[in-house]
Design a binder for this molecule. Sequence first.
Ligand code: LRH
Ligand code: MN
Length: 379
Amino acid sequence: MLAEQTIEVPSWAYGNSGTRFKVFSQSGVPRDPYEKIADAAQVHRYTGAAPRVSLHIPWDRVGDFADLRRHAEDLGVAIGVINSNVFQDDDYMLGSLCHPDPAVRRKAVAHHLECLDVMRATGSGALKIWLPDGLNYPGQDDLRARQERLADALAQIYAALDPDQRILLEYKLFEPAFYAMDIPDWGTALLHCMALGEQADVVLDTGHHAPGTNIEFIVAQLLRVGRLGAFDFNSRFYADDDLMVGAADPFQLFRIMNEIVAADALRPGSGVNFMLDQCHNIEPKIPAQIRSVMNVQEATAKALLVDRAALHDAQQAGDVLGAHGVLMDAYSTDVRPLLAQVRLDKGLDPDPVAAFAASGYARRAAAERVGGGQAGWGA
Ligand code: LRH
Ligand code: MN
């Protein structure tokens, strides 16, 4: 199971990123989608577990997507999920698919249809839709009318899907809207997916919930109804911090992967795409992605070590501490030697971070990537 596990990495993690206060530039950062994919391929080269790269449109728009696909395949990776972007255009200030003006909604639908063409050209099977749509003040617009517009616009996009394509619908509690997001929670995302049909599933971004939310409960519920399409893994201390997954709360990540393993949703055909959605504002980006993949692998290994029979018996017996103890025994197990062996068995260095550092790739990239604008949010 661990040897087959794959985690999809985001192209935008390799570009410059930051906050409203400052976007720091780092030397050697990619300047175009080709260099972003080259950096992402390094993560797969050293972890053996990151064979897909998510793209974001227009950030990763190129003249020839078939050529970009060949470039990725030459580097041993594939193009994964295509992300739409309706959060950086002035026309979408009051919304995109939920906007009061039908002309703006038509423009936003057209952007998603363009993304379906990018999927066809790159061999991607999924369109991830996250909308910044929402309100900042009560009364600003009609909450229910916006849901009707949203349902109608999503239905237009859904109708244009090929049989082997699917929509992944992402929710978020707040930001950039601060009173009401139009898709604020898993329930709203699920309602829209169920209204659309079988080719629409929910994306759970671990940074998109209110503090204290029991995320593994949402995972268990979405798996129960067969609508968990993907994770956007990251971690946070406060808001949508987009920090390395497992860095802020490794126990939460373990509890999430425990629900995945319990539902047998780790197997490749489960329909759940495990993706990272992170920004490395101050840390070196490729090592941070490698570390993130390793954090997911460690949480998964611990979840696979849970003695399911003993857990079930203790739960059936009402043995509260016994049941909790079974989980904590697995969580408290040092799985790093096991994962090092999994890497050795795959012909990889047991320490991917050290192996990447020793490769000199980062130094070469910094030396070669001079001139031309660095990639980053918005570029
Ligand atoms: C929105 C989000 C979404 C992506 C963006 C990069 O916060 O999580 O998944 O489009 O980050
Ligand atoms: Mn996300």
